[in-house]
Design a protein around this ligand. Structure first.
Ligand code: HEC
Ligand code: HEC
Length: 373
């Protein structure tokens, strides 16, 4: 059943979401749009040389603690630029405690990470390379390594004017590379711009469900299909936290490092999400609505990879979401949908139209160290 409140909220949320530079065909659902080029910050303009340097650094394991894992180790091209396990690979000796997100289209978010704890790709790259369960790299050491690679010395000088590579410029270059990892020409984008044949009849029925009976548009809206807001939709806790010692260690460590109360540290068995940032009870279990673009390739799904396939995701919503430790905060927008088998197929067909072909590239050759003369 389509409720009026749902549509009202969707319209309000859309008012604050990304605008698109494209004219939209009149008969398309309001609240959704084709995706334009990503915003480029004034203090980090794109140049081809910077993007090329950023690409090398993204694939270079020397920007990490023990020189064994790069950004690309947890953001694999073949896994939708994410990681194929429910919980991501972690720094050697750890497992990560969350699902690795795709970096495709990350250039559009105002807030990055599952709970929005980073506000730019530049600062995100820094946290990723230094976080204890991710890169675990020490800034001065990583900077010194770059300085002992003549090819990087040359490139940092050309791109940033650095006599000696500066680590903050490494994050700038990586961010510039990530701003090229976008997909703006999916069948959905073409349809929104007026090409009636870009979506099949089944996909168009799926779009109507998405924007109507299934209510997805209340949160997945705008050109990115994300309201960039936070909701608890009842994703159950990660099974690995119950039975995998290493995963538990990471989880306890994060609770401690992010400063929860002692009773919470001792008793909580679930990821409090946005609460870490706000320390408001009402925010426990809330996560940033992810984009649904490129999702065809980014299984498994949700902040802890609890759902293996898009079919599982649609079944989850059809059943009214799930339960977690913080279900008291579960969104009122998540309720049983009553979709039949045909409607489920239509919705899945529509979700498929939000992804174009896989983005693939050859990995760069990495330059060698050379001792200074
Ligand atoms: C050890 C695994 C690991 C490494 C190494 C790693 N990441 Fe990640 N990345 C993750 C995980 C897991 C998340 C989600 C974490 C969270 O939300 O708490 C993530 C999130 C992100 C996001 C946020 C996407 C979004 O939708 O908000 C970006 C961007 C990103 N990583 C880029 C990078 C870059 C750049 C590097 C290298 C400097 C890097 N990552 C290194 C595992 C990793
Ligand atoms: C109340 C807001 C809300 C509504 C309504 C909603 N979603 Fe979501 N969606 C979210 C949030 C928040 C997450 C992340 C939750 C988490 O990880 O705990 C999410 C996650 C997802 C994911 C996983 C993406 C990924 O990268 O892991 C998919 C796919 C998805 N939603 C599809 C849908 C579909 C299809 C519908 C309609 C049937 C829908 N959503 C309705 C807020 C919503």
């Amino acid at each position: 059943m389509q409720s009026k409140t749902k549509l009202g909220l969707a319209a309000a949320l859309v008012a604050g979401s990304l605008s698109s530079p494209f004219a939209q065909a009149a008969d398309r659902p309001a609240g959704l749009a084709a995706l334009g080029p990503p915003p480029i910050p004034a203090d980090n303009p794109q140049t081809p040389e910077k993007v090329e340097l950023g690409k090398m650094l993204f694939f270079d394991p020397r920007l990490g603690g023990d020189g064994s894992i790069s950004c690309a180790s947890c953001h694999e091209q073949a896994a939708g630029w994410g990681f194929p396990d429910a919980l991501s690979l972690g720094y050697p000796g750890t497992v990560h405690w969350r699902n690795s997100q795709t970096v495709i289209n990350s250039a559009y978010y105002g807030k990055l990470f599952w709970a929005g704890s980073s506000s730019s790709l530049e600062s995100q790259a820094k946290s990723a390379a230094s976080g204890a369960v991710a890169g675990n790299g020490e800034a001065d050491m990583m900077e010194t390594r770059l300085a002992f690679i003549p090819e990087y010395r040359k490139r940092f000088k050309e791109v940033f004017g650095d006599e000696w590579p500066r680590i903050t410029n490494a994050w700038r270059a990586i961010a510039a590379f990530e701003r090229t990892l976008v997909q703006t020409d999916t069948p959905f984008d073409k349809y929104m711009q007026g090409d009636d044949n870009a979506l099949s009849a089944q996909q168009q029925r799926g779009l109507d469900l998405f924007a109507g009976k299934a209510g997805c548009i209340a949160c997945h809206n705008g050109a990115l299909l994300s309201d960039e807001s936070y909701h608890n939709i009842g994703v159950p806790p990660a099974a690995q936290w119950e039975d995998d010692g290493l995963a538990q260690i990471t989880f306890r460590y994060e609770l401690y490092a992010k400063g929860v109360t002692e009773p919470m540290y001792r008793s909580t068995k679930d990821d409090p999400g946005l609460y870490f940032r706000t320390k408001e009870k009402a925010d426990k279990g809330k996560f940033r609505t992810p984009s649904l673009r490129y999702a065809k390739y980014t299984a498994p799904y949700m902040h802890n990879g609890a759902l293996a396939t898009l079919r599982d995701v649609v079944d989850f919503y059809n059943a009214g979401g799930g339960e977690n430790e913080f279900s008291a905060n579960k969104s009122g927008l998540i309720e049983p949908l009553g979709l039949n088998e045909e409607e489920i197929g239509d919705l899945l067909a529509f979700l498929d139209s939000l992804s174009g072909p896989e983005i693939e590239m050859e990995e760069p050759d990495l330059p060698d160290y050379a001792p200074l003369q």
